[in-house]
Design a protein around this ligand. Structure first.
Ligand code: IMP
Ligand code: MG
Length: 174
């Protein structure tokens, strides 16, 4: 497989610096809890966090969505829940990519009933022109075409997460 660079490592880092600055300003003095959605978000979480200059705690959730290999079914199972209670906390969910939005729609509903002080979303990539349930994404990195992408945490069958850039592959090659 021969991925084509869609977003370079340099472009990603510049964007994360911008997002980190906006997040720092928004949460300054608020003791932020960053929640990364495993596995895909582990790289963006690590790199984004280093551009946030206020007090931050970390937690992770792991979910699996049943369904095909390159599409989400919307049925979500929590494989690992938060370690922390989030009642009264300022929670920012960090995602690698939002495609159908079904995973996050489910997660936001699930977390909202735990009564956080605030619950917002940051996503490095958002696929454009995809029909999805209403999701207010406060911090967006890049809007991209709705093609299947890999790298920078994103996998195809668990491979390619370690590519330092976001790449596109011809779906016929998958
Ligand atoms: P959604 O529920 O359809 O928004 O996407 C759920 C998850 O599917 C994302 O968090 C990613 O882990 C994965 N995903 C969606 N689109 C892609 C892609 O283009 N490449 C790799 N993984 C993807
Ligand atoms: Mg993911």
């Amino acid at each position: 497989m021969n991925p084509k660079v869609l977003i370079s490592a340099e472009e990603i880092d510049a964007k994360l610096a911008e997002m980190g600055k906006a997040i720092t300003e928004e949460y300054d003095g608020k003791n932020l809890l960053l929640v990364g959605i495993l596995k895909g978000a582990f790289i963006v979480m690590a790199d984004l966090a280093r551009h946030i200059h206020t007090s931050v705690e970390f937690d992770f959730m792991a979910v699996s969505s049943y369904g095909g290999q390159t599409k989400t079914s919307g049925v979500v199972r929590i494989l690992k829940d938060l370690d922390t209670q989030i009642e009264g906390r300022h929670v920012l969910i960090v995602e690698d990519i939002i495609d159908s939005g079904l995973t996050l729609h489910y997660l936001m509903k699930n977390l909202r009933v735990r009564n956080p002080a605030s619950l917002e979303l940051a996503a490095l990539l958002v696929k454009e022109g995809v029909e999805r349930p209403p999701l207010d994404i406060k911090f967006v990195g890049f809007n991209i075409d709705p093609d299947f992408v890999i790298g920078y945490g994103l996998d195809y069958e668990e491979l390619y997460r370690n590519l330092p850039f976001v790449g596109v592959v011809d779906e016929s090659e998958l």
